[in-house]
Ligand binder design. Sequence first.
Ligand SMILES: CC(C)(COP(=O)(O)OP(=O)(O)OC[C@H]1O[C@@H](n2cnc3c(N)ncnc32)[C@H](O)[C@@H]1OP(=O)(O)O)[C@@H](O)C(=O)NCCC(=O)NCCS
Length: 106
Amino acid sequence: MRRTFTITDGEFSTNVVGAAVVTDPMVPYAPVVIETIRVSPNYRNKGFGSKLLEILTIHAKNEFKNLIVPTATLDQDYPGAFVWLSDRGFIYDAQKNALIKRWDKD
Ligand SMILES: CC(C)(COP(=O)(O)OP(=O)(O)OC[C@H]1O[C@@H](n2cnc3c(N)ncnc32)[C@H](O)[C@@H]1OP(=O)(O)O)[C@@H](O)C(=O)NCCC(=O)NCCS
């Protein structure tokens, strides 16, 4: 099942500044796939992306699933994404050609 998570620029704001789309697996043990995670250019480097990632981590943990970002889905226009995810607990798996965050290894 596909889900969209959004983040606003304040607790009671309706101004959406970032969004992530994930696909929840229908089979046991399969990871939650992050299809995309994006923050509006004017709102980057303010912690919104990290907050959104925290929300996705909680979602995956609740389901006892890991999080996976297939390398092919990384935005080629933003080469910093690989390092950004690595700094937040994602580890590159060459076999799967993806970055994976394991919920039991925070
Ligand atoms: C990757 C992306 C989602 C990051 O979003 P972001 O909101 O800029 O991320 P953050 O603000 O949480 O982190 C960025 C930097 O800001 C810094 N930062 C975090 N909180 C901050 C705060 N409160 N104030 C100022 N700076 C802060 C962090 O130190 C971080 O630096 P680092 O990566 O060197 O550690 C965003 O750049 C983006 O949308 N990129 C294009 C799409 C993309 O590549 N998506 C990823 C793969 S699909």
